[in-house]
Design a protein around this ligand. Structure first.
Ligand code: SF4
Ligand code: SF4
Length: 405
């Protein structure tokens, strides 16, 4: 048990205003869930006295952090809940399923070499029925596709030699999604950074950020991977390089949850770790970077603020960056949770909640009728694409498409 983390010490600041309950998407759809006030600070008092007071209904928390954004007293409500789950939750009912869903690095490295077969087999009805029946992975869920070639293999082969032409560098934390599922996102990152006058380095060693491991109670593995990432990020920051990312979930995990939930030190890397769009916006505003956009680029886009992006508070950097592209018409959607919450929405017992929670967002998206939705979160992308049929782009991919050749 982590006894000295920041979150656990802050719960006494709660003034019992219940504002957090008003914004909790799970409380709205699930009468079994006690809500953030009760699940967080209220029950923490009892849990600290005796773990027997652990409430099994905490398994429903999405860790969306909306309660923390709303709390006027700065209570780390969701961190309290995450910590309690890690400390007291009973063994999962489906340990193999949870391990498979959470081990994104391991599963990605197995699936990627066989991507054409995996991509053809996973959507088949009999396969989905087996996954549903034997592993409790809901058959209605669409799986992300795997890429036959990873981003890292492309980078080493094709991009790395070109980076020597630059004198300024950033380090890129590419994440599992760009590496195993959608290398084009990593290619877009490199294109944008090179256009901004920066070469790209990869970290010495990168592991999955561990957000899914933590959500599935696999703390030991999450800590191991976090320590590897921290060591690599400290090395990169020590060379004076910013560590930039494309995914809001990975970024939030590494900047906030490594320290606040896992109790790891954040010195030496945290201030150098940012989402690429925030960094780019600030460089452009400071006059240090100029991006040349195609005059004929036209796109009607809707921006979805992922929950962890909202907690980071960085959505306006992306929104303003997108508005710098001539020809972009941008609608900013209301901040509603998409409901998937990483691996949560893949699980049979939670699938219905994930769909119900996301319904308002899906309606808003359809009403705004964009050519594409923009969001930094890959799991929001899966959920939105499955439910609306409208493609979701990372803002870096929009920038890359809008750049002059
Ligand atoms: S993290 Fe989200 S789901 Fe969990 S208590 Fe807070 S608002 Fe509710
Ligand atoms: S919003 Fe903050 S202060 Fe108010 S009840 Fe929730 S945790 Fe307590």
């Amino acid at each position: 048990m982590q006894e000295n983390n920041v979150s656990r010490l802050g719960f006494e600041a709660c003034q019992k205003c219940s504002i957090c309950n008003e914004v909790c998407p799970m409380m709205e759809v699930n009468p079994l869930y006690p809500g953030p006030k009760k699940a967080g600070p209220d029950q923490e008092r009892y849990r600290l006295k005796d773990p027997v007071f652990y409430d099994y209904a905490l398994k429903y928390c999405l860790n969306c952090k909306r309660c923390e954004v709303a709390c006027p007293s700065g209570v780390h409500v969701a961190d309290l809940i995450q910590r309690a789950r890690l400390d007291y939750a009973p063994s999962p009912k489906h340990p193999l399923r949870d391990t498979m869903l959470a081990s994104t690095d391991f599963v990605g490295s197995l699936a990627s070499p066989f991507a054409p077969i995996v991509n053809a087999v996973l959507p088949l009805k009999p396969v989905k029925a087996i996954l549903d029946g034997a592993f409790a992975i809901d058959k209605r869920r669409t799986f992300p596709k795997y890429s036959p070639k990873t981003f890292v293999s492309w980078f080493r082969r094709e991009a790395a030699p070109r980076q020597k032409e630059f004198s300024r560098f950033v380090s890129f934390f590419h994440g599992c999604y760009a590496n195993y599922n959608y290398p084009q996102l990593g290619k877009d990152f490199v294109k944008v950074m090179n256009a901004a006058g920066y070469g790209v380095h990869l970290l010495e060693k990168e592991r999955c950020c561990g957000v899914a491991l933590m959500a599935n109670g696999m703390e030991k593995q999450a800590l191991k991977q976090a320590r590897t990432n921290i060591a690599s990020m400290v090395t990169a920051a020590g060379k004076g390089e910013m560590i930039l990312t494309a995914s809001s979930s990975c970024t939030f995990m590494m900047r906030n949850e490594y320290g606040e939930v896992l109790g790891l030190p954040s010195e030496g890397y945290r201030d150098s770790l940012e989402l690429a769009c925030k960094w780019l916006y600030e460089k452009i505003e400071a006059g240090e970077v100029k991006l040349d956009f195609r005059p004929d680029f036209k796109m009607k886009l809707s921006y979805h603020t992922a929950c962890h992006m909202q907690r980071l508070g960085w959505q306006n950097y992306t929104i303003e960056l997108l508005r710098m592209i001539p020809g972009v018409s941008l609608t900013v959607l209301d901040q509603n949770c998409c409901g998937i919450s990483g691996t949560f929405g893949f699980k049979k017992e939670y699938y219905g909640y994930s769909q119900e929670i996301g319904a308002r967002l899906f309606d808003d998206i359809k009403a705004s009728n964009p050519e594409a939705v923009v969001s930094e979160c890959e799991t929001c992308k899966w959920q939105i694409e499955m439910n609306t049929g409208i493609p979701v782009m990372n803002p870096l991919s929009v920038l890359a498409a809008a750049l002059k050749p």
